[in-house]
Design a binder for this molecule. Structure first.
Ligand SMILES: *[C@@H]1O[C@H](CO)[C@@H](O)[C@H](O)[C@H]1NC(C)=O
Ligand SMILES: *[C@@H]1O[C@H](CO)[C@@H](O)[C@H](O)[C@H]1NC(C)=O
Length: 301
């Protein structure tokens, strides 16, 4: 969307329908001003559908969070670049901030990399990609925080020295399988490390099987791309959530992100697996509410 057309839509109050399907009517802004809860924008990990967040969205609704959005990653099931994943998040983020709503972003696993890159340029509520809104009295929202659920994150050194970044083929878990045509799959060792072990070891067997059947390939281009921005060294309030039963990002691995000099995370540790939104949606909703500015629920984990 061209900037001019976005501005003219705002000024003339024409309905503007985004790719995500909600309108940017001033009426909508007024209607949502009744709640002070931020919008929660959630991103799944590699291979996963956005529906992994459905249970968490239901939990958040019970606490008055009227709008949570789980964004499907374009790189799940399609051979696209990371840029498309980032843009999918950024378009919803931008539209939400422009409506005056504050935002908390949540990313699971590779989704952590995507949300981290998507907030580049949005520090302190600024949008370096657009001039400030020109309607009198118009106030944009702010990014209140980022929550990394077993985030697979770029290291600070990789962004400072991109030449040191390793090919994902060298650093991925052993169960990843790479095809010649650019796909990455999770089925490299189905005898020992099926999804019921790597992703869903804290779910009932039947449910783990159902979610395993919904996995799709991810795009190697997207997973192997080099990050250009680190959000967790002071620009944004960041929470890293570790699962002690996580077989994909084990606690010791997660701590290699947390222990980097200059990294600043609020760390939360729970007794759960890699896709904690499915196994402990109640606890994950509490952690999101904490990141949104409610009191700490650490004692309830
Ligand atoms: C994957 O990443 C590595 C390290 O950044 C890079 O050298 C390589 O060219 C990438 N592979 C492809 C096919 O883009
Ligand atoms: C870490 O971040 C928190 C809040 O985001 C801030 O209050 C604190 O001063 C930061 N600590 C350091 C060492 O930068």
């Amino acid at each position: 969307m061209k900037l001019i057309s976005l501005l003219s839509h705002l000024l003339t109050a024409q309905p503007l329908i985004s790719a995500a399907g909600f309108s940017l009517l001033p009426r909508d802004v007024a209607a949502t001003a009744a709640t002070d809860k931020p919008v929660i924008i959630m991103v799944p990990g590699a291979f996963h559908p956005a529906t992994v967040y459905t249970k968490v969205i239901e939990e958040l609704e019970k606490s008055g969070y009227d709008r949570s959005v789980a964004i499907p990653l374009p790189s799940v099931g399609e051979l696209v670049s990371r840029q498309q994943d980032i843009e999918a998040v950024r378009s919803v983020l931008r539209e939400t901030l422009w409506k005056g709503r504050d935002v908390v972003l949540v990313g699971n696993s590779y989704g952590g990399t995507v949300i981290g890159e998507a907030v580049k340029g949005y520090k302190d509520g600024q949008d370096i990609f657009l001039p400030p809104p020109i309607m009198a009295g118009y106030k944009t929202g702010k990014v209140l925080g980022l929550v990394f659920l077993a985030g697979y994150l770029p290291y600070i050194s990789e962004v400072e020295h991109p030449e040191t970044k390793q090919d994902i083929k060298k650093v991925s878990p052993k169960f990843f399988r790479f095809t010649d045509d650019g796909k990455v799959l999770w089925d490299g060792d189905m005898a020992n490390e099926p999804p019921e072990v790597t992703f869903y070891n804290d779910l009932p067997k039947d449910e783990a099987k159902q979610w395993a059947a919904r996995l799709q390939f991810s795009s190697y281009d997207a997973l192997n791309a080099t990050a250009t921005y680190i959000p967790y060294t002071g620009d944004f309030k960041c929470t890293y959530v570790i699962g002690t039963k996580d077989n994909s990002i084990p606690e010791a691995f997660a701590r290699t992100y947390i222990n980097q000099p200059g990294a600043n995370f609020t760390v939360r540790v729970g007794d759960w697996d890699h896709v904690s939104m499915l196994s402990h949606p109640d606890k994950i909703a509490l952690l999101i509410r904490e990141a949104a500015g409610e009191t700490s629920f650490d004692h309830e984990l």
